[in-house]
Design a protein around this ligand. Structure first.
Ligand SMILES: [Fe+2]
Length: 496
């Protein structure tokens, strides 16, 4: 018996939107809810499901071992926050087959999004398209296996699905040709066109994208949420005094009256990774460290975070400098590494990436915040022509929009290091967020795409050697403050 069947049998409604993978629970009376799971879990042992108490009660997790599914059911009503997507580390040994399975999962998921489009209703598998007569109209959905620019300036792509592969030709004179230049390897696209001899002449193409009607949600109360990232505590170029000013502002001890009025209404602070500088992150890093010990770095970081006033909840994810594995999805920084943060019940750790919901109440679904540190951004700043030509890493807004349109945080193999799960791709953007929040490249940007606020959060350290080589000038000492009532974004600068 699975978990849904169990509750149906007990006479509870299971909402049609119920999705074990998505950890969607509903709190209305007699509707499947997380409380019900927790209440009943003691009396019935679900197949392959165990309840785990994470140390210090940070997050209660229900894990379906067989399906490698994580259900995070932390629901702290007082704090009005809920983790709706996260990753639970799986210690199983991975095999080559897992990468193939992951690719298939990603393809099927993104194909289903594309199949919502009317133009792709008659999509056939590639082996069937290959059997079609010349000049017949066909539509295909495939993963981009190869991309080649021809001498004439046109592009030939090889698309692949589980049944085979086919070449498709994009002529140079098409109206969407600039978009074709931006296509990257391993993304999933749909094309329509006419069949030629072993090739399809494309007349249109489609990407999964965000629905055009996605609304910009607004809250009926004046409340603010703060986003920042890349604190890098432990680095000898950490702007300690400025970071302290930021903490003092949250504690209503710094800033003018207007700024303090905003601080009073902050209930949540999100820090999007690279909490500390870490150790052994790049060759010769020792000379750039003020604090050589990783535990001390987290202790120091904890001192700042633990001094934040107690009605504010702080949500933390790891980045590539933190003491977790580099491969994505990245688990949480553990209790042994950062014990002082675990003792603070105002701090919530979640995985990179995650989706966290805040401010839900009767009649309002809350805001979904997609947190991703941003490791893949560097790759796409170079590989996507329109981003490369318009400012590379200075155009984080374009990078984030590009990824939302692909509905994946790292669509190309090679854009990040990753560990495959058998039944899930944690980097797929399945839930359409209200905020997409990142860091990593130390630049500040705020933009909007189809009702989604895209924020890159800057940093709290001076220019690193790596950035100097790239000619990149960071935007340190800033935070992003979102007014949930108006959805305006303010950038506060704590620098001199
Ligand atoms: Fe980073």
């Amino acid at each position: 018996m699975n978990i849904a069947e169990y509750f149906l049998k007990k006479g509870y409604l299971v909402n049609s939107g119920f999705n074990v993978e998505g950890a969607y629970f509903f709190d209305d009376e007699n509707v499947f809810s997380e409380e019900l799971v927790l209440e009943n879990i003691g009396e019935y042992k679900f197949d392959n499901i165990v309840v785990k108490e994470v140390e210090e009660k940070k997050i209660e997790v229900i894990e379906n071992k067989e399906d490698k599914i994580v259900l995070d059911v932390d629901n702290n009503e007082k704090r009005n926050i809920k983790i709706v997507r996260c990753y639970r580390e799986d210690s199983r040994k991975r095999e080559v087959g897992d990468f193939v399975t992951l690719m298939k999962y990603k393809f099927e998921y993104l194909k289903n999004i594309l199949l919502n489009r009317e133009e792709l209703q008659d999509t056939l598998s590639i082996n069937k398209v290959l059997e079609r007569k010349d000049r017949e109209y066909v539509s295909i959905i495939g993963i981009v296996k190869e991309k080649r620019e021809n001498k004439t300036g046109s592009f030939t792509l090889t698309l692949e699905d589980v049944t085979g592969e086919i070449r498709v030709l994009f002529k140079k004179d098409s109206e969407f040709f600039d978009d074709v230049k931006d296509i990257v390897l391993d993304e999933v696209i749909g094309v329509t066109g006419s069949k030629g001899d072993d090739i399809v002449f494309v007349n249109n193409f489609y990407i999964p994208d965000i629905p055009i009607y996605n609304e910009l949600k607004k809250y009926d109360e004046e409340e603010y949420v703060v986003f920042t990232s890349d604190v890098h505590v432990g680095s000898n170029v950490f702007f300690e005094d400025n970071f302290k000013k930021f903490i003092s502002w949250l504690n209503l001890e710094y800033g003018n009256e207007k700024q303090k009025e905003i601080a009073k209404k902050v209930k949540h602070v999100f820090i999007a990774g690279d909490l500390v500088e870490g150790i052994g992150i790049y060759p010769g890093q020792e000379k750039d460290l003020k604090t050589q010990d990783i535990y001390e770095q987290y202790e120091e970081f904890a001192k700042y975070v633990n001094s934040i006033r107690k009605d504010i909840t702080v949500v933390l994810i790891a980045g590539n400098h933190d003491a977790v594995r580099l491969a994505e999805p990245q688990p949480v920084v553990d209790n042994k590494t950062a014990p002082s943060l675990y003792k603070n019940e105002n701090v919530i750790f979640t995985t990179n990436p995650s989706v966290v919901n805040i401010c839900a109440k009767d009649g309002f679904p809350g805001f979904n915040i997609l947190l991703y540190h941003g490791y893949s951004f560097v790759y796409f700043s170079e590989e996507v022509e329109s981003i490369r030509k318009n400012g590379r890493l200075d155009r984080c807004d374009l990078i984030m929009k590009f990824l939302l349109q692909r509905r994946h945080l790292a669509p190309s193999h090679g854009s990040n290091l990753y560990i495959p799960d058998s039944n899930n791709d944690n980097l797929i953007i399945d839930m359409i967020p209200d905020f997409f929040v990142s860091g990593h490249i130390h630049k500040v940007s705020a933009t909007n795409y189809r009702g989604i606020t895209l924020l890159n959060c800057g940093c709290w350290i001076d220019q690193t050697e790596y950035q100097e080589k790239q000619g990149m000038i960071p935007d340190p000492n800033r935070i992003m403050v979102a007014n949930l009532q108006t959805r305006d974004i303010k950038i506060l600068n704590f620098g001199d």
